[in-house]
Design a protein around this ligand. Structure first.
Ligand code: GDP
Length: 324
């Protein structure tokens, strides 16, 4: 079954891509094994896309931007996949990204593939499946894979760890905005775009861009010939998109020339390997019958001060079958 699926997927069939992503999203053990087989088969066909992370607070214009940018890329002859990461859905009970009808026009295009992440999963799980979905999109022939996050939580770090370039969308308000956004998120950005630079907001957007640019010069000095640029755009009017794409191309060329493009992907892949190992080991530990029997008692003893954490950890690992 996975051989047919792999073939149809690499043939660029969208329905096969959708089915393949559903497979990697499943937590059923037999599905996981099948997904692994599928991923191994298509792996040689991956790696060809520009992997782009896009983030920003709700209301900044992410879906408007991605729709306009996606249509712009399609006009330029590209195929575009959009994966949305939304781990907030569990806490809020509703999905920030999924509530409204988003990117209607882009959804209708054959050259586009849009997939929201399913609700109610842990960040680790969402990140794993998003990575795998990204590889599947590449194997299906998409030239640009956009991974979107809501910009309010931890998911940005996870996304920055899986993309080539992380783009942060900001509103045309002053420097206060920089503090409203978590500083860590600004530090992750390889490119900043001030959206809504139109109508009455043009001047404010210009001022904001200048402020961000000087803040970023301190926060992110030039590394490997790259100063994080602050660009202006109006997603609503479709202006500034060409410049964004040109800068992405410039970034890519710079990094490919210096070998950093490939190096970053290699580092991301090995970090992913270790995260998989850590997650699987912890999972196995928690489900081990002897460990499960002893863990509550050990934890209580540590809390009460009767046992040191290191001694308790050693005993639990012994129960698990590892003698450190
Ligand atoms: P998201 O929550 O980040 O996905 O934001 P949306 O794309 O849903 O946009 C939020 C609101 O901002 C909507 O009412 C959009 O029409 C508006 N908006 C988005 N981009 C622009 C823009 O470039 N200019 C202006 N003036 N409004 C915009």
């Amino acid at each position: 079954m996975s051989q047919d699926l792999a073939r149809d997927l690499m043939d660029g069939q969208r329905r096969a891509l959708a089915r393949a992503i559903t497979l990697v999203e499943s937590s059923r053990q037999d599905h996981r094994l099948e997904a692994e087989k599928l991923l191994s088969t298509v792996l040689p066909r991956t790696g060809g896309a520009v992997r782009l992370g896009i983030s920003g607070v709700p209301g900044v214009g992410k879906s408007t931007f991605i729709e306009a940018f996606g249509l712009f890329l399609i006009e330029a002859g590209k195929k575009v996949a959009v994966l949305a990461v939304d781990p907030s859905s569990r806490r809020s009970g509703g999905s920030i990204l999924g509530d409204k009808t988003r990117m209607e026009e882009l959804t209708r295009r054959d050259e586009a593939f849009i997939r929201p992440s399913p609700a109610g999963e842990s960040l680790g799980g969402v990140a794993r499946r998003t990575r795998e979905a990204m590889l599947l999109c590449e194997a299906a022939g998409y030239d640009v894979v956009i991974v979107e996050t809501v910009g309010v939580g931890q998911s940005e770090t996870a996304v920055a760890d899986m993309v080539d370039l992380f783009l942060l969308l900001l509103l045309p308000s002053g420097g206060d905005e920089l503090q409203g956004i978590k500083r860590g998120i600004v530090e992750l950005a390889d490119m900043v775009v001030v959206n809504k630079a139109d109508g009455a907001l043009v001047e404010a957007a210009r001022r904001a861009a200048a402020e961000y640019q000087s803040a970023l010069r301190m926060l992110r000095p030039v590394t490997h010939d790259w100063q994080v640029p602050v660009l202006l755009c109006s997603a609503l009017e479709g202006r500034g998109l060409e410049e964004v794409w040109a800068r992405i191309g410039q970034y890519r060329a710079l990094q490919q020339d210096s070998g950093l493009w490939a190096e970053k992907r290699q580092n991301q892949a090995s970090a992913w390997l270790w995260r998989e190992i850590e997650e699987s080991l912890l999972n196995a530990l928690h489900h081990h019958p002897r460990v499960a029997q002893e863990i509550a008692g050990m934890e209580a003893a540590v809390r009460e001060g009767g046992l040191t954490p290191s001694a308790a950890a050693r005993r639990l690992l012994e129960a698990f079958g590892i003698a450190p």
